[in-house]
Design a protein around this ligand. Structure first.
Ligand code: DAH
Length: 438
């Protein structure tokens, strides 16, 4: 049994969520008043005014596999469903991997014409300055109902609503057709071209406004501290690129030109009609989007490492005030890095069954290694890189070498402390993954 927030869940062979991850559930950074994740949420919510949009911000991260994957049309063999990528509480229950897990339920509840939901999401992943097993997303959607719009003319109603949205002077590159038969198809069974053109235009204008608002604040904050990078002083540039999601078609990503690179900020598209049909609202159609809040917050406040969001250090937390005052983060002194290597052999994939359930070259997944490192080192690990990999020509066994970079954001880590952590990582590797250290 696993007890989480007073509820009991049975465990089974799918269970893989460690206590160290469950400890994040009560943190709710997106609701801490002057936390940068929460400020970012509030800035984006500004573009989704009530009463058209309801803002849901307190939905539990514990969802069913049906909510997280099935309801959204994820195929049975989608890699996102695997235990190496997702935290399972048991076979039927996961920590949501995205806020889209709630789309079907909110469509079904049908409380308003649109909504946003902001929440913590959980993914097993690599370790570096922009990946953390818990992060926050905001998802939003806007729906129109064929039975409610004037004359049943959705396209006309959408264009009229678009006319109400303020314009902006952003430079937008949008070179693809709204609909492309192979790359970005119309749901021809359910939607007309006119409807999708209108919905796509409404979607794009809405999200472009979000970006203008966010990035002009980011530019202002950067300029205020003397950053003269051209992307902070020149007019903002964005572009739309075609994308694929199992639950939208056509689909896009919005990219922003920021400090020399095109940066993907959000995914979106015209909702799959099956979602509305299965949610019991077949006359509804519209758009949806999802954005990662840490990624935006890192830009907005110039925060260099995703671990900082989880810091309880007042030197970090006290730097942020409210959405009316976006300032650039001032790093406290950078402490030295401490690199440690670990090399090990995996079992050869042809090894006899007698070797048991040990990690062989086929079932070894890097995320299992990452999780051991996180479990032992927590926020003292800055990043982990594969530095060498080879297969022994005679035995066929595979060898891997990873370099772990231990560095505290808050204090100087002693070499002895890093050695102790490294020793523990090695022990866990042997005991949990059954690898042979070199
Ligand atoms: N759920 C997607 C993700 O986690 C983000 C997303 C993309 C949400 C498109 C949407 C959408 O609602 O329409 O990567």
């Amino acid at each position: 049994m696993l007890k989480i927030d007073g509820e009991s869940y049975h465990v089974d062979e799918w269970t893989n969520v460690p206590a160290s991850i469950l400890a994040f559930l009560p943190r709710k950074l997106h609701l801490q008043p002057s936390h940068p994740v929460s400020i970012t949420r509030q800035v984006i919510e500004k573009s989704f005014p009530r009463p058209i949009y309801t803002h849901y911000n307190e939905i539990s991260p514990i969802v069913s596999v049906a909510q997280n994957f099935d309801s959204l049309g994820f195929p049975a063999d989608h890699p996102g469903r695997s235990r190496t990528d997702t935290y399972y509480i048991n076979k039927d229950t996961v920590l949501r991997t995205h806020t889209s897990a709630h789309e079907a339920d909110i469509f079904h509840g049908n409380q308003s014409e649109g909504y946003t939901i902001s929440a913590d999401v959980y993914r097993r992943d690599a370790i570096d300055r922009s990946h953390y097993p818990v992060f926050h997303q905001m998802e939003g959607a806007r729906m129109w109902d064929r039975r409610k719009v004037a004359g049943g003319d959705v396209a006309k109603a959408v264009w009229a609503d678009l006319g109400q949205l303020p314009k902006h002077d952003l430079e937008v590159e949008d070179s693809n057709p709204t609909i492309h038969p192979e790359r970005n198809p119309l749901q021809a069974e359910y939607h007309s071209t006119e409807e999708v053109e209108a919905i796509a235009a409404h979607l794009k204008r809405t999200l472009e406004r979000v970006v203008v608002y966010l990035f002009s604040k980011a530019q202002k904050a950067a300029v205020a501290v003397g950053n003269t990078d051209t992307s902070t002083t020149e007019p903002l540039k964005v572009r739309w690129v075609e994308a694929y999601f199992p639950f939208t078609s056509p689909s896009w990503e919005l990219e922003v030109f920021w400090q020399g690179d095109w940066l993907e900020v959000l995914g979106c598209g015209v909702s799959k009609q099956e979602l509305h049909i299965n949610a019991g609202v077949p006359d509804q159609l519209g758009w949806a989007f999802g954005v990662g809040l840490e990624r935006v917050a890192m830009i907005l406040f110039s925060i260099p490492d995703i671990r900082l969001f989880w810091s309880k250090d007042q030197r970090f937390l006290s730097q942020f005030a409210s959405m009316d005052q976006i300032n650039t983060y001032v790093p406290f002194s950078k402490h030295p890095a401490c690199y440690k290597d670990v090399s090990f052999w995996l079992r050869s994939s042809s090894s006899s069954a007698g070797e048991g359930l040990r990690a062989n070259a086929q079932d070894f997944h890097e995320n299992d290694f990452m999780e051991i490192v996180r479990d032992v080192g927590g926020d003292l690990v800055e990043d982990v890189k594969l530095t060498d990999e080879f297969v022994h020509p005679m035995s066929g066994r595979k060898s891997l070498c990873y370099r772990i970079n231990y560095r505290s954001l808050e204090r100087t880590l002693r070499n002895q402390e890093a050695n102790q952590l490294q020793k523990k990582v090695e022990e866990h590797l042997v005991n949990k993954l059954g690898v042979k250290l070199r």
